[in-house]
Design a binder for this molecule. Structure first.
Ligand code: ZN
Length: 137
């Protein structure tokens, strides 16, 4: 078994943003030389998350609308006394900082409508880290 790891740097440009990293993840998988195993995609941040879903402009906007409705940034969250981003911590905590994908015969297994996104809840940020670990053989 081999473990291959790479770290990417992603920039965000808006407070809420979905950033499609599917091609970057596939490139890391290709560089790993591993053909079968698991691909783990992780953001080491408390105010961003990883999801797998359709890259369609309307759905991307819907996702941001849903998060704002479920966890309104302007609500009276206690953490906002510190740095005014409680909503981002809460959304990131609920959705989670990572997703894993099967790697089968060199193919990153995804549904037709499953692109891989970093979800930014507290942008813009010049430097968001994404750690991709490929485990297998
Ligand atoms: Zn905070």
């Amino acid at each position: 078994m081999t473990v291959y790891r790479e770290e990417l740097s992603i920039s965000s440009f808006r407070r809420f943003e979905l950033i499609d990293i599917t091609d970057k993840v596939r490139e890391v998988v290709s560089r790993s030389g591993i053909k079968n195993g698991i691909v783990h995609v992780f953001v080491p941040h408390a105010t961003a998350a990883i999801i797998a879903n359709e890259h369609e402009r309307g759905l991307i906007n819907d996702y941001i609308t849903l998060i704002k409705e479920l966890i309104p940034p302007e609500a009276h969250w206690e953490h906002n006394r510190i740095d005014n981003n409680a909503h981002a911590h809460l959304a990131a905590g609920i959705i989670g900082p990572s997703r894993s994908f099967p790697l089968v015969n060199g193919i990153l297994l995804r549904g037709t409508w499953q692109n891989i996104f970093v979800v930014e809840f507290d942008g813009p940020r010049a430097h968001r880290r994404v750690v991709i670990t490929v485990i297998g053989e």
